[in-house]
Design a protein around this ligand. Structure first.
Ligand SMILES: Cc1ncc(COP(=O)(O)O)c(C=O)c1O
Length: 413
């Protein structure tokens, strides 16, 4: 979020960069001239140590995970005969304290099935934060496919919203209005920088929902990050929620797969919806085996990712730069948002600089390091730590970041 609350995604950032390039020679802008200019790169065909911090979705299955996938017992899951999928669903229902679970291909489908399953009538309305992934990045699936209207509430920097806003915005029985049928929350909150929602706040939202007879759904794409960082169990966090969708293919490192958890009567509707959306998979046990492996081997290690994100934030903060800023206290889990002073450098320029190497830098850092990140908002860049960026990678990334920040600060003096 920038200072005016606007969200900008990577593709927008790149478009902006190209159009700026095209107008600059003709329309010299004095403000732009005062901004940072990167040194020439070593070579345009640069090879080096690539540290990809764009997202935890880039993680690849480990050798142990691949072996578990090869050894999985299989059946036809559309017939509900795949023993590995059934085992995963049983494990996840227990883990989250819910009646049942359903394995689905992606987080987007998990959320869509959940919203469609709760809002059975066209003209329903869903209350959710204006920075929610479901609202921003899921193609308005609820509107496209269900005739459901999202009704957004301003998201606060900590990922929550004002609970009084729920009561103010509820629309239950008025011939002019849609009916509020569902509330959605997101934990950890991605756009706000991997923020953990306080469980007491979730409980409060849950009890308001219950008091007016509507369900609460959690987009828990990174629920396990919240579990590990807060020390609370998944069941405790989800106590006030009716359903949740949880991803295995983010920090847990599986190639594919998410799960919906919730009550038994809901799951029958969810199975039908999964089928019509094309998410009924046959021998899905290979993917469920990866998720079972991740539950055993990849959850506790998320603590390392959280430590790495904090290390990055700490190193940036210790530079004391006024142009490149990261608040350590804002890092709750595996995401660090780095803010850039608008007079110094744009997110696009910062990302481009991190993806290239100059001569002097290789001597200081000790090797040619390429950091991949992308613009997040009009004045920030998101760094996401994960299994495939080791402690050693983070150390060299820090060395490079410090060098680049120093370069920017020197030019802005
Ligand atoms: C918070 C959140 N919810 C849902 C999703 C969607 O997950 P998928 O990419 O598996 O569809 C993402 C993806 O990054 C996410 O960050």
């Amino acid at each position: 979020m920038d200072r005016s609350g606007r969200i900008v995604n990577a593709s927008y950032g790149l478009l902006k960069q190209w159009s700026m390039k095209n107008v600059l020679p003709k329309n010299v802008n004095l403000q732009l001239l005062r901004t940072y200019h990167p040194p020439p790169p070593v070579s345009s065909e640069l090879k080096g140590h690539v540290i990809d911090l764009r997202s935890d979705t880039i993680t690849k299955p480990t050798i142990g995970m691949k072996k578990a996938m090869m050894d999985a017992l299989l059946g036809d899951d559309v017939y509900r005969e795949d023993p590995t999928v059934l085992e995963l669903e049983k494990r996840m229902a227990k883990y989250t304290g819910k009646d049942c679970a359903l394995f689905v291909p992606s987080g987007t489908m998990g959320n869509l099935i959940s919203v469609l399953g709760h809002c059975e009538h066209r003209g329903s309305e869903v209350l959710l934060g204006d920075q929610a992934h479901i609202f921003l990045y899921e193609q308005a699936g609820m509107a496209q496919l269900g005739g459901i209207q999202p009704h957004i509430i301003p998201t606060r920097p900590d990922g929550t919203f004002d609970v009084n806003e729920i009561t103010l915005r509820l629309r239950i029985e008025d011939v002019h209005c849609p009916r509020t049928t569902l509330i959605c929350i997101e934990n950890t909150q991605n756009v706000c920088g991997g923020k953990i929602l306080p469980s007491l706040w979730i409980d409060q939202v849950g009890s308001i929902a219950k008091s007016v007879g509507i369900p609460l759904h959690m987009d828990g794409a990174r629920l396990m990050n919240a579990v590990v960082a807060s020390g609370e169990s998944a069941a405790r966090i989800l106590q006030g929620c009716d359903t949740a969708s949880i991803c295995f293919s983010k920090g847990l490192g599986t190639p594919v797969g998410s799960i919906i958890v919730g009550p038994e009567e809901f799951m029958y509707r969810a199975i039908r919806l999964r089928k019509v959306l094309g998410g009924g998979m046959r021998q899905a046990g290979m993917l469920a085996a990866a998720a079972l492996y991740a539950l055993e081997n990849m959850v506790d290690r998320l603590a390392d990712d959280h430590k790495h994100a904090k290390l990055l934030a700490q190193a940036i903060s210790e530079t004391g730069s006024k142009n490149v800023i990261c608040q350590v206290a804002d890092v709750h889990t595996n995401i660090a948002i780095v803010h850039l002073h608008p007079d110094a450098i744009t997110p696009e320029q910062f990302c481009n600089r991190l993806s290239m190497v100059c001569d002097e830098e290789s001597q200081v850092v000790g090797e040619q390091v390429i950091i991949k990140v992308f613009p997040w908002t009009t004045d920030s860049v998101r760094f996401v730590t994960h299994h495939d960026a080791t402690f050693a990678d983070i150390q060299v990334a820090i060395a490079k970041l410090k060098h680049v920040i120093c370069e920017i600060d020197l030019q802005m003096k």
